[in-house]
Design a protein around this ligand. Structure first.
Ligand code: B12
Ligand code: NAG
Ligand code: NAG
Ligand code: NAG
Ligand code: NAG
Ligand code: NAG
Ligand code: NAG
Ligand code: NAG
Ligand code: NAG
Ligand code: NAG
Ligand code: NAG
Length: 429
């Protein structure tokens, strides 16, 4: 059971009556210095993709940190992007934008785009479902984005069919898995979306709704899966899925026993990772901040005012990734694996990232090592190598590995080591 500070007075009185051990408070105080690090990354990073400012805006608003200058800057960037990219936005990108513009906006601020953007999202969500019917259950994007879609439609009163949601989220369970491995991020986003749908169905008092039962069972299944991905050290899935997993567990506490999750341990582990600079990407930082402060994406209409940005000690330096500045060179092995393996040895400055290795190889042989990429909220994403493109309808992608093990970071962040065996492999998920 989660106690939240935003409860009305009655809630606070109840809280005082409940024996304290029943109430798992798992959040950091706003004086915690880790927050400075996250905020610095969120605010001072140079954004390289459309969805980064939207993720940052959503995060700041949810946790109740307000700063007029920053908010205006972010809102403007988000709106510019919508206008520029409009029809090219994926469903989930549009959903994040709607969440960001709509969450906790002040009463004097008109949420101008609401109707237009929502109907746009309704269409995009339908296109995802159509694609699933036509392509063996594969959405245009992925189930994480379908979760975001339903969440935004549900929270802002867009129209969607609860029957379709119950049906599709249940029937095509393969979408919760990548390469046989349960995707915690995906399952947790679905729990948030389904919980919203559950609440609105329950509010509308369609108690006998058969969808409720299906949704209830599905949440239960997903929560169990998420908890089964809990690691010894407290992380759930990996470092980057833990935030959204925490959110899912906050809102679904009547689906598991208190003894099944030590929230404090998870929190401590995350704080340790923050100190080590692991959350140095604005999207990563934006995703972890709300759960650290006990907030979830379902709280968009229930916004506290915590403080202004000026109470935090944020430098105005662009956070630098800790790249070694030495002029020493290192040699790494690099292979492109399709049906055949194409190998090369390349020499790069110490401190280089995977992408630098790919560029060096490409320079040596464009035909064999040529590649394309797209900017995304997590940095550069590899879309093709040797002209062979990843395809969501076929569930194909370019997988990154080191010494045969899949990496948990992308080409723009992963720092390579001397004599490391790097590989980019044509795979299915
Ligand atoms: C779906 C998904 C995938 C799909 C993407 C294709 C598809 N069908 O959509 C698949 C399974 C192919 C995939 C691959 C990879 N992924 Co992935 N993926 C996700 C997931 C669950 C959702 C992404 C999404 O749609 N976001 C919402 C939309 C609105 O934002 P977006 O920026 O427009 O989304 C795009 C990018 O996120 C991009 N993308 C997906 N994964 C990754 C990873 C990196 C490093 C980058 C730069 C981009 C990227 O695909 C999205 C659709 O176009 C996220 C979880 C999360 N918390 O975001 C993990 C996540 C982003 N992936 C991750 C990783 C590590 C990878 C891989 C590097 C794994 C590997 N060893 O090969 C590869 C990417 C390699 C490459 N080619 O560059 C990590 C990134 C962590 C980090 N610090 O960088 C995450 C956070 C999962 C995790 N918890 O570890 N992924
Ligand atoms: C949409 O994307 C396509 C291909 O990626 C590009 O050619 C086109 O210019 C884009 N349109 C807009 C409005 O950005
Ligand atoms: C959605 O509808 C509910 C009930 O009709 C209402 O309480 C809520 O304020 C609405 N939310 C938005 C964002 O319009
Ligand atoms: C979902 O709905 C069921 C039945 O109305 C209810 O028992 C359950 O508590 C709800 N779950 C959440 C997370 O709201
Ligand atoms: C919680 O534990 C009790 C007894 O230990 C058990 O009966 C119950 O099924 C458990 N609930 C869940 C959701 O696991
Ligand atoms: C703010 O942080 C910097 C280092 O990041 C430190 O040197 C400085 O003392 C801090 N100031 C306050 C008021 O805490
Ligand atoms: C590369 O840099 C790291 C520290 O950044 C150092 O530990 C390592 O010894 C360096 N390797 C070489 C070969 O210079
Ligand atoms: C890093 O290298 C740049 C240029 O090569 C130099 O200007 C800078 O002073 C170096 N920084 C450190 C900390 O060595
Ligand atoms: C890999 O080899 C198989 C069997 O020879 C073939 O069917 C397939 O098209 C090849 N894949 C690629 C990407 O070349
Ligand atoms: C790369 O270097 C290793 C050891 O230095 C050598 O065994 C291997 O044959 C080289 N590979 C290529 C493709 O040059
Ligand atoms: C690139 O590699 C291919 C074999 O993978 C080879 O046939 C070709 O000659 C190479 N080109 C150059 C410029 O080295």
């Amino acid at each position: 059971m989660r106690c939240s500070y935003q409860l009305p007075l009655v809630g606070i009185l109840l809280f005082l009556l409940i024996p304290s051990q029943l109430c798992k408070i798992c959040e950091v105080s706003k004086e915690d210095l880790h927050l400075n690090l996250l905020l610095n990354t969120m605010i001072n990073s140079k954004y390289t993709s459309e969805t980064q400012p939207a993720n940052v805006l959503l995060s700041l608003r949810l946790v109740g940190i307000h700063d007029q200058t920053q908010t205006q800057r972010l809102v403007q960037q988000v709106k510019n992007n919508v206008e520029r990219k409009d029809s090219n936005l994926s469903s989930g990108q549009l959903a994040v934008i709607i969440l960001a513009l709509g969450a906790c906006h002040s009463p004097d601020e008109i949420f101008t785009y609401d109707k237009h953007l929502l109907s746009h999202l309704e269409n995009k969500f339908q296109e995802e479902l159509e694609n699933m019917k036509a392509h063996d259950g594969n959405p245009l994007t992925n189930f994480y984005q379908l979760g975001l879609d339903v969440l935004a439609l549900c929270l802002f009163n867009g129209s969607y069919s609860a029957t379709e949601v119950a049906e599709f989220f249940n029937h095509y369970k393969k979408n919760y898995y990548f390469g046989g491995q349960f995707s915690v991020d995906t399952g947790a986003m679905a729990v948030l979306a389904l919980t919203c749908v559950n609440r609105s169905l329950t509010n509308e008092q369609i108690k006998a709704d058969k969808n409720l039962k299906k949704i209830d069972e599905l949440i239960s299944f997903l929560v169990e899966k998420i908890l089964s991905e809990k690691k010894e050290n407290g992380l759930i899935g990996n470092t980057f899925s833990t935030g959204v997993a925490m959110q899912a567990l906050f809102v679904s506490s009547n689906y598991y026993n208190e003894s099944e999750w030590d929230c404090q341990q998870t929190l401590d582990m995350i704080l340790q990772e923050i100190s080590q600079g692991v959350f140095n990407n604005p999207t990563a930082a934006a995703q972890i901040l709300p759960p650290l402060m006990g907030r979830t994406y379902l709280d968009v209409e229930d916004c506290p005012y915590v403080s202004g940005l000026d109470t935090f000690n944020i430098s105005n330096h662009v956070p630098e990734s800790e790249r070694s500045n030495s002029s020493s060179l290192i040699m790494v092995y690099y292979s492109v694996v399709i049906n055949e393996t194409y190998s090369i040895n390349v020499t790069v400055p110490n401190g280089s990232v995977f992408l630098d290795v790919m560029k060096a190889a490409q320079k040596k042989n464009e035909t064999t090592f040529g590649f394309t990429m797209e900017q995304s909220s997590w940095g550069p994403y590899i879309t093709s190598v040797q002209g062979l493109y990843a395809n969501n309808n076929k569930r194909t992608f370019w997988e990154l590995l080191s010494d045969g093990k899949a990496l948990s970071q992308g080409v723009g962040s992963y720092v390579v080591h001397e004599e490391e065996n790097l590989e980019i492999r044509w795979s299915t998920y």
